[in-house]
Structure formats: structure tokens, C-alpha cells
Design a protein. Structure first.
Length: 144
């Protein structure tokens, strides 16, 4: 069975809906295990020291669960099975690492819109993930 990882960024609802619609279409065409992923940012040490580690983890995972809610509702309505993960870390590296851990052969990324200065310097998130995944050729990064 193929494994598909969908990175969910709550900042772009249209991209999330498009990515989930693509995943549902893929699921209808062939057996594919769908994994939703939301990456919460690591907080600086100055901010993190204001919280108990369990409290901070709970806050981050609650925020991630809220970010995943729309995608989960769409997949539930379509009766498509999935797993949902919230992970804390740097986005590109975390997406690539989780894809490797889950043996995903595809990573579906929504459209990021205009990336601004950071996008011009570092490249798009999808481009960064492509670079990390590298030339192994066993994992395709799909983005509009």
C-alpha cells in the first residue's frame, strides 16, 4: 500500500481543501494510507521557560489539533481513513523526517501563496522539503 503525507498549514484554508480533495481522489483511485501532519514551531528558550514542559506540549498539540480539524472533517465526511499527527519542530526538516518514518512515497503540499523575502532567500517550503528528501527518488513532493 502506498503512503501519502499531507502537510496541513492552517494559514491557507483553500490550499488545505485542495490538498485534501486531491488525497480523496487518490484514495478513490488506488489504495493509499493518508497521514495528515501539522508542524508546530519550536518556541525560543525565553518563551519556553515561562511554561512547564507538559503544559507547553499540551498547548502546541491543541493548536495543531485545531489546525487539523478542517482536514479531518473533510476526510471524515468522505469516509476516507487517515491518521493525524502533530509534531513540534522546524517545518521542512520535520515534514521530511516524518515522511521517512512513515515510509511515504508522496508528500502533498498545499500552495503557500507569496513567500516574500524569506521565500526568495530560502526557497518555498515544498522546495526545501524536496531538497531534504533529496535524489533518493522514492518520495515525490507534490505542490501546485
Amino acid at each position: 500500500m502506498r503512503n501519502l503525507l499531507i502537510h496541513i498549514n492552517a494559514d491557507n484554508e483553500a490550499a488545505m481543501k485542495s490538498a485534501v480533495a486531491q488525497a480523496i481522489a487518490l484514495y478513490r483511485q488506488e489504495p493509499v494510507a493518508i497521514h495528515l501532519l501539522n508542524v508546530q514551531p519550536q518556541l525560543s528558550g525565553h518563551v519556553a521557560m515561562c511554561f512547564d514542559s507538559r503544559e507547553l506540549s499540551g498547548i502546541q498539540h491543541q493548536a495543531g489539533a485545531e489546525d487539523l480539524a478542517g482536514a479531518r472533517a473533510l476526510l471524515d465526511a468522505a469516509a476516507v481513513p487517515y491518521t493525524a499527527l502533530v509534531v513540534v519542530g522546524r517545518r521542512a526538516e520535520t515534514i521530511a523526517r516524518v515522511a521517512r518514518e512513515l515510509a511515504c512515497d508522496r508528500i502533498l503540499m498545499g500552495n503557500e501563496g507569496h513567500a516574500g523575502f524569506a521565500g526568495r532567500v530560502f526557497g518555498s517550503l515544498a522546495g526545501q522539503v524536496r531538497q531534504i528528501v533529496g535524489g533518493a527518488g522514492d518520495c515525490q513532493v507534490i505542490s501546485p
